[in-house]
Design a protein around this ligand. Structure first.
Ligand SMILES: *Cc1c(COP(=O)(O)O)cnc(C)c1O
Length: 463
């Protein structure tokens, strides 16, 4: 029977029905009330808009089941897996690097059972959490010593606090970067207790500029990788080895904030701008820092590698405790670093590297598979199109990776509406809009995710 506004019951009255009272018992009173408010609110809106409508039997088990569904939905995890079809491999908003299964298993093991995190199994004495990865990092970078903290921002902060607190840091104007909206190098230098001495200009800084700026109060020359932009045209900056010689002559420390930091040469895959950590240390830089979850392809972490005496002072710094890496990330980082040595090939084991190295023909094949599957369920207007993927994560901003995307357009939905519907799928799919189509870039999607995309679009196009 069609009901009217006056037939909408009070929440308290509904709570008195035994099946609803049982829900309040099983979940909580507050969640049950909240779910009831949502349901009656929707009904009220419909009644106001349309006049009399069919109302549920508020005392029935079927209605109680509906309320239970609402409560369960509200309890669903907030942080959930999604499908990255943006074509940006290291997507900051989507959690950056997807990790190798070996790293995920290591996290699981470290979380599920006690570990020797800070116990030396050989002696039975207290050990250092840093010991689990230090030798691996040194072997892979040629560094004398290394230490790992929570992320690269923490690595920069700690390094500057330990080496330059109360003294001055000389940095080129062209390298005073901001990353991710909140990490501004001049602010970080200030927070470390050091004073920034800017040298050079936006596009050109010469060795002599650094030389002139060094005085008795100077502790550090800071280089940073301009990872999320490029200044093109007339530019110059001194060679790293010249800066290193200057720093050594004047007894100051040369630090380089690399951001992404790669351990292997990526030029065979067309990526030529990203310096390899080992080469930077070889050029004479005293301390480098880079992220664990950018091109390294591991968990969030900040790796600091370089001179033994400086690393020792970082390890014993009072703030180390506040910035240290947690055991799950440490486990994943160790497992990821192990994939960089034989018998493993990092480019086939580490998802970030595999995605950027994947031959474009294979990406095209994946796009064809998806397009065929979508046509197979009756979705028209699907096309495979050339696309340009990006490394992301502030790395290599200029260098596109050739890719292919599936362009989708549904007659009933605007591109924005289709993007929203994809985000609301059981497995949210994140694409991008180009030329009035939703583009699903296949360089960042795995084969195993294709059926989930098909299911999502089948539901959307059928409803
Ligand atoms: C990304 C980046 C950072 C910050 O690294 P997080 O691991 O996100 O803290 C610092 N410096 C540079 C140059 C970067 O690219």
């Amino acid at each position: 029977m069609a009901g009217n506004l006056k037939d909408l019951p009070q929440i308290q009255a509904v709570l008195n029905h035994p099946s609803i009272a049982a829900l309040a018992e099983r979940y909580s009173h507050a969640e049950t009330v909240s779910a009831l408010r949502k349901i009656t609110g929707t009904l009220r809106t419909a009644l106001l808009a349309q006049g009399p409508i069919e109302l549920p039997d508020f005392a029935s088990p079927a209605f109680a089941a509906k309320v239970a569904d609402k409560i369960e939905a509200a309890r669903a995890p907030s942080l959930r897996p999604v499908i990255n079809a943006t074509g940006i491999i290291i997507h900051t908003n989507l959690g950056r690097a997807r990790m190798a299964p070996q790293a995920v298993r290591a996290m699981q093991a470290a979380g599920a059972a006690p570990s020797n995190l800070e116990l030396d199994l050989a002696t039975g004495k207290r050990g250092s959490r840093h010991a689990h990865v230090e030798k691996l990092i040194c072997d892979l970078t040629g560094a004398d010593a290394a230490v790992v903290v929570n992320n690269c921002a923490a690595a920069v902060l700690l390094s500057l606090m330990a080496t330059a607190g109360g003294r001055s840091v000389v940095a080129s104007r062209g390298e005073l970067i901001e990353i991710g909206g909140s990490f501004r190098l001049p602010d970080v230098i200030a927070q470390s207790g050091a004073t920034l001495r800017e040298v050079g200009t936006t596009n050109k800084t010469r060795l002599g500029d650094y030389e002139d700026a060094i005085d008795d109060n100077t502790a550090v020359l800071l280089k940073s990788h301009t990872s999320n932009f490029r200044i093109v045209g007339f530019t110059s900056s001194p060679a790293r080895s010249d800066l290193a010689r200057l720093a050594a002559d004047r007894n100051v420390i040369l630090i380089e904030d690399l951001g992404s930091g790669v351990l292997i040469d990526l030029s065979p895959y067309g990526l030529t701008d990203e310096p390899v950590v080992a080469d930077i240390l070889k050029a004479g830089v005293d301390l480098v820092m880079f992220s664990g979850d950018k091109l390294l392809g591991g968990p969030q972490a900040g790796i600091i590698a370089g001179r033994r005496d400086i690393i020792a002072s970082l390890k014993s710094h009072p703030l180390m405790r506040a910035l240290r890496i947690d055991k799950l990330s440490l486990a994943a980082l160790e497992a990821t670093l192990r994939l960089y040595s034989a018998p493993f090939d990092p480019v086939s084991e580490i998802p970030v590297l595999r995605m950027l190295a994947e031959p474009v023909a294979d990406v095209h094949h994946r796009a064809t598979l998806l397009a065929d599957a979508l046509s197979g369920i009756g979705i028209k207007g699907v096309a495979v199109e050339k696309s340009a993927a990006l490394v992301g994560g502030g790395s290599l901003p200029e260098q596109d990776l050739p890719s292919f995307a599936v362009a989708v357009r549904l007659p009933a939905l605007s591109p924005d509406q289709l993007m929203a519907a994809l985000r609301h799928s059981d497995m949210p799919v994140i694409g991008r809009i180009e030329r009035a189509h939703v583009m699903l870039d296949m360089r960042t999607v795995s084969d195993g995710e294709l059926p989930l995309i098909v299911t999502a679009l089948e539901r959307i196009s059928g409803s």
